[in-house]
Write a protein that binds this ligand. Structure first.
Ligand code: 13P
Length: 253
């Protein structure tokens, strides 16, 4: 059966000391309180990774992710971070294709396909983000838009590799806005994503792939979102910056 995952995307927040304090609080609370079989992933800024990795390494439930990776293995790419660098500081996962990267850094589906390959070939688990704008939803094209993102960035993968990808559906209109997708909207899209995966890879493989919801997820709405049949956890932004809220979300199953 597929894994339940709750990942906290810190985005560009927290100084190093603040981040270390937050990571320690989360690890302690998870160790003390989280009895369910849920993987918790901290997606920290690059500069925090090596020290946060020492905090999470004793935990069998808390893992570490970078928020992006270059599609180039190494070389003259000032300011970029390679997959080897990320692995060398102890991260096991990487967020790819967050809507903020797509919007502010013009990341494209084909560029993301190359990053997915590089991550998988080097043993990093991609958390692949997809999601539509409000305009696209209002036109009624949201399912087609999201499935196209998946097709162009993931559908070249083998059966073995696609099961190593965690998909995060994050409607752009719900990110940081306080407006959460309704349970019906979330389930509709997650089900459509799983059916799309099943058409390509078969139902057994589609049922193994974790699909997370992201967008104004908080302790008050996580239980009903996570209760949906095709919602396997969350990618949490703002609420992941408070240890109590984040761990309460992870306990929402
Ligand atoms: P918020 O939870 O702050 O809406 O952010 C969601 C998100 O973008 C996680 O990657």
């Amino acid at each position: 059966m597929r894994k339940r995952v709750v990942a906290g995307n810190w985005k560009m927040n927290k100084t190093l000391n603040e981040g270390l304090a937050l990571a320690s609080e989360v690890v302690n609370m998870v160790n003390d309180e989280l009895t369910d079989d849920v993987s918790v992933i901290l997606c920290t800024p690059f500069v925090h990774l090596s020290q946060v990795s020492r905090i999470v390494e004793g935990s069998d439930k808390v893992f570490l992710a970078a928020q992006n990776v270059s599609e180039h293995p190494s070389g003259a790419y000032t300011g970029d971070i390679s997959v080897d660098m990320i692995k060398s500081v102890g991260a096991t996962h990487v967020i790819l294709g967050h809507s903020e990267r797509r919007e502010y850094h013009n990341e494209t589906n084909s560029q993301l396909a190359a990053r997915v390959d590089l991550a998988l070939n080097n043993g990093l688990g991609p958390i692949f983000c997809c999601g539509e704008s409000l305009e696209i939803r209002e036109e009624g094209n949201h399912v087609r838009f999201v499935t196209n993102q998946l097709e162009e960035s993931l559908f070249h993968l083998s059966e073995d590799d696609i099961t190593k990808v965690v998909i995060a559906y994050e409607p752009i209109w719900a990110i940081g806005t306080g407006v959460t997708a309704s349970t019906e909207q979330a389930q509709e899209m997650h089900k459509a994503i799983r059916e799309f995966l099943a058409n390509k890879y078969g139902a057994d493989i589609a049922n193994e792939i974790s699909i997370l919801y992201g967008g104004s997820c908080k302790p008050s709405n996580a239980p009903e979102l996570f209760a949906q049949a095709d919602v396997d956890g969350g990618l949490i932004g703002g609420a992941s910056l408070k240890s109590r809220d984040f761990v309460d979300i992870a306990k929402s199953y």
